[in-house]
Design a protein around this ligand. Structure first.
Ligand SMILES: C[S@@+](CC[C@H](N)C(=O)[O-])C[C@H]1O[C@@H](n2cnc3c(N)ncnc32)[C@H](O)[C@@H]1O
Length: 256
């Protein structure tokens, strides 16, 4: 078993899904604590599931991520729309500072471990889905056994962008790929060669390069761009020329 709720083959969590709530296990031992990663959608507070709201209301403690650079916590905004209770902020270092990131993940895991000690139940709200490019993964991996980890799925940014664009992601035998532009322009070019619909995350700062890859593949005209969907400053439409916000997503389809 991978310590701290790691991933086994196929990306499955090795850790069992925990039973709800705090309390005593048979034999008088305190039950294991539990952490639930709760997807709260990309920004629009209406794109939150009933289950997410229930968990955020019933958990003993609710954590939300904030970036060490002072970026506003998008998940927190959505949580506050639905839940009138104190939330605890966990600070995460973003960007190209591996040791800073590792230190912040370990500190966050320590805070969660202390909160669930004795069998309490913690929820961690995260934008979109907790199993898709989420800080939640790094946090969950670092939790010491026997804390159990599970997740409540959330609506992803790519689903919201498709809906707002009035576009079908895939039908019939069509193939669909999702990749972060930070994986490199070559990976995007290869995906454009192979897949019918291609979704790109994490391309905001690098949007001019992303735009060029789409143009080179003849797929720029079919592309739709969405930034800060459901949040202040939302943008939707064709790709702009310059850099875009961090929360930017692009979908492109194979020309007919
Ligand atoms: C760290 S990933 C989070 C993904 C998220 N867990 C999900 O399920 O969609 C951040 C990337 O998600 C996309 N994203 C998340 N929220 C978004 C929003 N409100 N508008 C546009 N893109 C968004 C962007 O591509 C951004 O770079």
């Amino acid at each position: 078993m991978t310590p701290g709720g790691g991933r086994g083959p196929g990306g499955r969590r090795d850790r069992p899904v925990g039973a709800p709530g705090a309390g005593h296990a048979p034999g008088g031992h305190r039950a294991a604590g539990r952490l639930t990663g709760v997807g709260v959608g990309p920004g629009d507070p209406e794109l939150v599931t009933l289950k997410a709201v229930r968990v955020l209301r019933e958990a003993d403690v609710v954590f939300v991520p904030v970036s060490a650079g002072g970026e506003p916590g998008y998940a927190e905004q959505t949580v506050r729309t639905h839940v009138d209770r104190p939330v605890q902020r966990l600070e995460f270092v973003l960007g190209d500072d591996p040791s800073g990131r590792e230190t912040s993940w370990a500190a966050a895991a320590g805070a969660v471990a202390r909160a669930v000690e004795g069998g309490a139940w913690a929820a961690f709200a995260t934008i979109g889905d907790p199993n898709l490019y989420s800080t939640f993964t790094y946090l969950a991996r670092r939790l010491p056994p026997p804390v159990t980890v599970d997740t409540v799925p959330g609506i992803t940014a790519l689903q919201d962008l498709a809906a707002r664009a009035g576009a079908v992601l895939a039908e019939g035998d069509q193939t669909l790929a999702l990749l972060p532009f930070t994986a490199g322009p070559e990976r995007l070019a290869a995906a454009l060669d192979s897949f019918d619909t291609v979704v790109t995350y994490k391309g905001g700062r690098l949007l001019p390069q992303l735009r060029k890859v789409l143009a080179d593949s003849g797929r720029l005209d079919q592309a739709v761009f969405g930034a800060r969907l459901g949040l202040d400053g939302e943008q939707l439409g064709p790709l702009p020329d310059g850099p875009a916000p961090y929360l930017s997503t692009v979908i492109t389809w194979r020309p007919a």
